[in-house]
Ligand binder design. Structure first.
Ligand code: NAD
Length: 430
């Protein structure tokens, strides 16, 4: 075998996957490698997950039949601390998607300089097809199966798409029962009554707002009167929209899975949130115009916040975007091709690994509070979150200026350098 094969051959389960989220992640790593200096020697570390666990989850359904589900837990990198990352319940979850999400968690934690590595988990199922009792049994069996690799000092799951505080309560209880003692620090995003943190629910949207304001300032945009368009009006987009409105901005358009609403004078965000609560989406909201979904991307705006799904800004619509800055609330909302188009148009993009890191930051606070059994006020949480997000934004902006690169490349340079420095000083064992 040649030296190249010895050092660079990929594990067999990675070979076919050079498209999709894992392929995008690999391309992002390729783009930063020239900036890693002598640390580039270790870059292969980032191109393969440290641990991949695939589990079978047999569960008795309510009607007495036995169903088998496929579950995953991937620890991408734990050089800087225990793995950290959510658990996703979705019918389209695949191993390669979970690997990419785990890798982005490594980058996100390091970009914000949290003492965590990156991990992610998932179960391939559509939770809408199962009762609450079935979901509880599935969650508990999954937790038992991955129990060999998770733990408060090893890998700490959290909610992600279609999982919530209740899911975390079941996971925490199952882990605790199996280990013989109540272990609140094994998961974050728990209910407050179980050691959850105040401010966690709003944390991601608040982080988007904080870095959004910093980016606006750097681009000469006054938040007072600034126009904001938001795609996704859930936890992240809804909170960010409300905070921008409170700060004096005009949220002129909101899009969700039910429709797109527009008012050039600014929507009333609180009324819109109430409408969504009562009607399940923004469609049919009063005092605004309904737009066709595609029109959303061509609106002239100061700030655009994609806060829904992956791949929303792509080759097909990036050229029409007339925003001055884009703040990525969602994970992976911009394809690499679209990223280049936005960059050529001079649009300033704050990447997901920085912009939506508020959630994992307050998860870190939750984990710290659980260990000390001492809980902070919401004001303390928000103040610390704001400080950490500011610090991360300023440090990534500094790297961008130094290398004359985009904030995304800069965030990857800062994060990958930190991860590989840890790898280097720890050394290889044996
Ligand atoms: P959520 O379920 O609360 O809200 C999702 C929103 O997206 C809803 O308003 C929904 O209507 C909208 N949406 C769904 N499909 C759409 C479509 N095809 N077109 C337009 N809108 C659509 O989810 P969330 O927690 O706000 O997460 C949103 C994004 O932020 C995801 O990419 C998630 O991974 C990312 N994120 C969330 C957190 C967090 O703490 N919640 C942290 C980091 C990243």
């Amino acid at each position: 075998m040649s030296e190249h094969e010895l050092t660079h051959a990929l594990p067999s389960y990675l070979e076919p996957d050079h498209v999709g989220p894992w392929g995008i992640y690999l391309e992002q790593v390729e783009r930063v490698t020239p900036y890693l200096g002598r640390q580039a020697k270790w870059v292969e570390t980032l191109k393969r997950p440290k641990r991949v666990l695939i589990v079978d989850i047999p569960v008795e359904l309510d009607d007495g039949t036995i169903a088998h589900f496929e579950g995953y837990r991937v620890q991408h990198n734990v050089s800087r601390g225990p793995g950290k990352g959510g658990v996703r319940y979705h019918q389209d979850v695949t191993l390669s998607e979970v690997m990419a999400l785990a890798a982005w968690m490594s980058v996100k934690a390091a970009a914000v300089d949290l003492p965590f590595g990156g991990a992610k988990g998932g179960i391939r199922l559509d939770p809408r097809n199962y009762s609450r009792a079935e979901l509880e049994r599935i969650t508990r069996r999954y937790t038992s199966e991955i129990g060999v690799i998770i733990g408060p000092h090893k890998d700490i799951p959290a909610p992600d798409v279609n999982t919530n505080a209740q899911t975390m309560a079941w996971m925490m209880d199952t882990y605790s029962m199996n280990h013989g003692s109540t272990t609140t620090g094994v998961v974050t995003g728990k209910p407050i009554s179980l050691g959850g943190s105040l401010g966690r629910v709003e944390a991601t949207g608040r982080g988007v707002f904080v870095v959004g304001c910093a980016a606006a300032k750097d681009n000469g945009i006054d938040i007072e009167g600034a126009r904001v368009c938001v795609q996704g009006f859930g936890n992240v987009g809804g909170t960010a929209a409300r905070l921008f409105e409170d700060a004096g901005a005009k949220v002129i358009a909101v899009q969700d899975h039910t429709g797109t609403v527009y008012n050039s004078q600014g929507l009333d965000v609180l009324s819109l949130l109430k409408h969504v609560e009562e009607n399940g989406g923004v469609a049919g909201a009063p005092d605004c115009d309904a737009l066709a979904a595609d029109e959303f991307w061509g609106l002239e705006t100061d700030i655009l916040i994609p806060a829904a799904l992956e791949g929303q800004i792509h080759e097909g619509n990036a050229d029409r975007i007339r925003a001055r800055i884009v703040i990525e609330g969602a994970n992976g909302p911009t394809t690499p091709e679209a990223d280049d188009i936005l960059s050529n148009k001079g649009i300033f993009v704050v990447p997901d690994v920085l912009a939506n890191a508020g959630g994992v930051t307050v998860s870190y606070f939750e984990w710290v509070q659980d260990f000390s059994s001492f809980f902070w006020t919401e004001e303390e949480i928000n103040e610390r979150l704001e400080r950490m997000m500011h610090r991360a934004y300023t440090s990534v902006a500094g790297v961008a200026a130094q290398h004359k690169v985009s904030l995304r490349t800069a965030a990857f340079i800062a994060a990958c350098s930190r991860i590989l420095q840890a790898r280097e000083v720890r050394g290889l064992y044996p």
